[in-house]
Design a protein around this ligand. Structure first.
Ligand code: ATP
Length: 561
């Protein structure tokens, strides 16, 4: 699985490994500093406690000076440790997000994944889950690493003071870890659900924004707000559950943490009272105890993060697997065979819906000579658009063969005109991102689709607007048509691309198109469309079909009427 190839083995591995090695070195240095601090304060406290008997002040000041020196060296080390950790996290996110984006757009995975019920909100997985994954996994890795180093060095310190103290501490921390892990188990699932419900709620809001006008016409406010509130309520309910479990966990960890402060005193006091150790031991044991305690209980104190982290990994892993699967044919299911050639032909094509539940067309065969036109007609839901989806390779459930030219030579205008986010220029060039097309050519084409004054009206070719919001549906369809006339493909496939236009505009567009030598396949309901095509393919909705020359079809129609 290529997506699983880790960052540390990628083309950026040397940068990543170098930074990681530097971080480990800094972690070691931080630990050396911490151990030194415990010794410095042990000596400071002992010098203070023995002052009444010895009258010695120089030891005290000497250690204060050493501590000041340590601060000067220690500060940049600790700060750089945090900084480099963030930096490495940033590089990692950059790399991983780009990998996911590559996969998302390969083999049209972004389209197919919408039909996958297990993958909700891929947008959130790619944006937020990756961000928290890279940041958190790095901090966990370093936390565990530094904990192990701390554990080893301070156990050494502690053993030099008292064996029983060491044993008491380790037992205490282990018990705490196990109990917290047990309570926290429940949090994993709840956290997973929280991410999902928050994303659902946000998507609901985005959906209302995107469809604001339709909703306003339908006066659908009540229904929409009800639906949004339901999504919000689900998020709130789950969050309530989450904080309840966090409270339960809190009861335990809080009392557990309080007692940690007293534990070293309780264990050291008998040795001190027996005169077997100096006063500074309390300080050093306290510091060592806290260090070991936090190291051993990394899992305890980080449990909350750890569960959210595990949930995030699960969501990302799910997406990575799904993206991988989408790029391969489904095992055990028959798929339509596609062959590239310089013509369009269908041979014994049986097309099913992607879930293999409904047969849309059975045993369809036809072929089109270059420059010929075919119009597909039939009732709504009979599978007209689906046939175009199959030709474009979006759907492949079924049997038989589709012969078509390379997709780069074909241009599809989908049923819903698609307006890109960007300028009028990029709108016209789409799906190309740059091109040789001059502004005068663009003006000419806009004139052909009856949008002559559009650049003037909106303020030029480089103005960025919310095009689907400011243009009428018919204007959007004409703009999409302009794209077609600019690109001059050898094959034009139009799915009700003029459905929102008046007959005069429709006629103008189709006449323009027919002056080009392009092979044309249209889907449409209007009889006015028939005249621009040589053949009519009629689907009856029960997987039957008939193919007739247009003249014969129109003659039958008028005889019938
Ligand atoms: N992703 C999908 N999974 C399963 N079935 C689907 C999917 N998308 C569409 N369908 C079903 O496939 C059938 C054919 O749809 P299609 O869009 O091809 O109809 P159409 O003939 O173009 O209709 P219209 O004239 O209304 O645009 C419909 O019954 C539709 O509900």
């Amino acid at each position: 699985m290529t997506l699983a190839k880790p960052y540390w083995f990628s083309e950026q591995k040397w940068k990543a490994r170098g930074l990681l090695a530097l971080l480990i070195l800094l972690a070691l240095l931080v630990n050396v500093i911490n151990v030194s601090i415990s010794f410095i304060f042990r000596n400071i406290d002992t010098s203070l406690a023995t002052f009444p008997q010895t009258g010695d002040t120089t030891t005290f000041w000497r250690f204060i000076a050493i501590y000041a020196g340590l601060l000067v060296i220690g500060t940049p080390i600790v700060v750089m440790f945090g900084y480099l950790q963030d930096k490495l996290g940033l590089y990692w996110r950059d790399w991983l997000t780009n990998r996911f984006l590559d996969k998302y757009f390969q083999h049209r995975a972004y389209y197919k994944i919408n039909f996958n019920e297990n993958i909700d909100n891929p947008d959130q997985r790619i944006s937020e889950d990756i961000r928290s994954f890279t940041r958190t996994s790095l901090s966990f890795l370093l936390l565990i690493l530094t904990s192990i180093i701390t554990l080893i060095s301070f156990t050494g310190v502690l053993l030099s003071i008292s064996v029983s103290l060491s044993i008491a501490l380790i037992v205490y921390a282990l018990v705490g870890t196990v109990v917290t892990a047990w309570i926290g188990q429940r949090l994993i699932g709840i956290n997973f659900n929280q991410l999902r419900k928050e994303a659902d709620f946000r998507y609901g809001l985005v959906h209302v924004r995107d469809n604001a006008e339709s909703i306003a016409f339908y006066q659908g406010e009540y229904q929409e707000s009800l639906q949004l509130r339901q999504r919000f309520l689900a998020a709130i309910r789950n969050f309530d559950l989450l904080i309840n479990w966090q409270r339960n966990l809190g009861f335990f960890t809080q009392s557990y943490n309080y007692f940690v402060r007293a534990l070293p005193y309780v264990v050291i006091a008998p040795i001190y009272f027996a005169g077997e150790t100096d006063f500074g031991t309390f300080t050093q044991a306290g510091i060592a105890f806290l260090q070991i305690f936090s190291a051993l209980s990394v899992i305890v104190s980080q449990f909350e993060n750890l569960t959210a982290f595990a949930a995030g990994i699960e969501r990302m892993g799910g997406l990575a697997d799904a993206l991988e699967i989408e790029s391969k044919p489904q095992p055990g299911m028959t798929t339509i065979d596609t062959t590239e050639d310089s013509q369009v032909a269908l041979r014994n094509l049986t097309l099913l819906t992607p879930n293999y539940e409904r047969t849309l067309v059975r045993e369809l065969s036809l072929s089109l000579q270059p420059g010929e036109g075919l119009v597909i007609v039939g009732n709504s839901g009979s599978g007209k658009s689906s046939l175009l989806r199959a030709i474009a390779g979006l759907w492949n459930a079924g049997t038989g063969q589709i012969i078509r030219p390379p997709l780069a030579q074909m241009m599809f205008l989908p049923q819903r005109p698609y307006m890109v986010l960007g300028s009028l220029r990029s709108q016209l060039l789409y799906p190309k991102t740059s091109g040789e097309i001059s502004e005068s050519k663009m003006h000419e084409v806009l004139e052909q689709v009856n949008l002559t004054d559009l650049p003037e009206r909106v303020g030029g070719f480089d103005v960025e607007l919310d095009w689907s919001g400011v243009l009428s549906l018919g204007e959007q369809q004409r703009l999409a048509f302009a794209r077609l006339l600019l690109n001059i493909p050898n094959y034009a496939i139009l799915d009700e691309a003029t459905s929102a236009l008046d007959l005069a505009n429709e006629q103008k567009l189709y006449q323009q198109l027919r002056t080009q030598p392009a092979t044309l396949i249209s889907v449409g309901h209007r009889p006015s469309l028939l005249q621009y095509h040589e053949y009519v393919l009629e689907l009856d909705g029960n997987s039957n079909w008939q193919l007739v020359p247009t003249e014969e079809y129109t003659a039958n129609l008028s005889a019938f009427n």
